[in-house]
Structure formats: structure tokens, C-alpha cells
Design a protein around this ligand. Sequence first.
Ligand code: ATR
Length: 280
Amino acid sequence: MTRKACVIGWPISHSRSPIIHGYWLKRYGIEGSYVRIPVKPEELPAFFSGLTGQGFAGCNVTLPHKEAAFRAVRTADAATSRLGVVNTVFARDDELWGTSTDGEGFLASLTAGHPGWRARDQTVVILGAGGATRALVGALIDAGAARLLIANRTRARTEELKRDFGPKVEPRDWTEAAEILRHADLLINTTSLGMTGQPPLAVDLDNLPKTALVTDIVYTPLETDLLKRAKARGNAIVPGLGMLLHQAVRGFDLWFGTRPEVTEELYDLIARDIDPGYRR
Ligand code: ATR
């Protein structure tokens, strides 16, 4: 039987998910398809009503639908309930269920990119408190991180994270960003700064311990200025592309019944799609 899945968003033309899932379908010899479907916000209810009728096992959900999808389907797990967003929808027992795989994708990317890394007892400095930050905060706390110092331009968003995730979250002002780096075992950029077309992330790294691991959720460019500067001063780095690949694993398993591997070949395939000049 041919199994089908898709990714929905508005717009959706930029999504690289079809390349990722297409690679795995081929690698595991699975008869299936994974396509992009543009869905306008007002079309979302009708889209979900018709999903299984059209033969889909489920879908990925991207901007701007992650919150509306959360409200439209049954929530598959407690971690997702706390996030209020889903990125992966799957059909079971004639119902649609939703889950978020961003947090586990983030942790898996760090473990794959820096073998031996563990969240337990770590102090994490997070720059930014936008939509993408919540899944990381939830996953790091569930994995036993000790403290999360979060600096964001808009202070209210860090206070909201503290309210939702508890006292391990320590809100800091954006102006304190360079200063609090001295506490970091792990530094994460979750702002859009440093992304191609956006202003640079102009935070001085002088206070950052050389032993700290540095990662960025931005993956265009593949190696952001933050990662370049961290690497140049001797810090270990994990590029953001790994998270995109690892967050896709559970969806593929749910729809196609095989837990796929994030191979170097897949990493290189997507890296070259982002930057044709990429060399490992
Ligand atoms: P989302 O849709 O994920 O919420 P966003 O609003 O673009 O994305 O925000 C991404 C993050 O980048 C936020 O933490 C944002 O800070 P604010 O909460 O203050 O908006 C941060 N960010 C974007 N531009 C910034 C800038 N010029 N300086 C500092 N932080 C910035």
C-alpha cells in the first residue's frame, strides 16, 4: 500500500521537508510520497477534515498553522500540551493526533553533533524567547538541565517562559546577554539575528567559557557568524541544520513505520541544497 504524508504551511514553497522524507523513502525502499501542500489559514479546518479521506497518514505543520493545528487535533503527549503547538499530525483510530518533535530534534542534534553531551545539571544561556524557544526550554528542563538563563529584547516573553516552565527559567535583559555568558555550559541562539538577510548577532563572546558548547537554531547560513566566532576561539559548535533533520525522524516513523537514521549523506544533501558550495 502506498502511504502518503505532506507538509502544510502558508507559504510552503521554501520547505525542505520533502527532500528529507523523500531521501528516507528511497533509502528504506518504502512505497510512499511526501509532498508540499499550501493551505491558507481559513482552509485549515477543511484540510484536516479531508486529510485521511485523501489517503494521508498525517502531515507536518509549519508557519503559520502550528497553534491552530494544536487546537484542531487531539494532543498526543503532556510535553506537547505545555507547548501549545504541534508540528507533526498523525491519524490513529480514526482521529487526528498532534505532537511536537522540535524539542527532541534539538536534543538529538546536540548529542549527534557533540557525542557525550548531556543536558543534565547544565547551565544553559539562551538568546531569544520567540516561538521556537518554547520547545527547546521544555526539552532541556525535561532532560534535567539545572538553569536556563534567557535574555530577550522583549522582557515580557522571558517572564512568560518562566510562568509556563517554572523557576529553572531565569529571565534576563537583552543588555545582559554578553555578561551572562560566563555561566554557560551551553549557549543557544534562538533569535533570528545572524540569519541570511537579518542583522548580525552582535553579542561579545569574551565571557564565554572555552568549554561551553555553542549552537544556533539558524541554519541559513549553515554556519552563522556566532558559530564561526565561537569556533575561532576554541568552543565546540553544533550547527542548526541538525535540528531540522532530527525533528523529522518521529514523523517519518509515525507515518511510514520505520524509524529513520539521520545519515551524513542526508546532512550533506540538505546542506548542499542550502549552500551549493558546501563541503563537509
Ligand atoms: P517567532 O515567530 O519565533 O516568535 P520572532 O518574533 O521573529 O519569531 O522572534 C524571534 C526572536 O528573535 C525573538 O526572541 C526576537 O526578540 P523579541 O521577542 O524582542 O521580538 C528576536 N529578535 C529579532 N530581531 C531582533 C533584534 N533586532 N534584536 C534582538 N532580538 C531580536
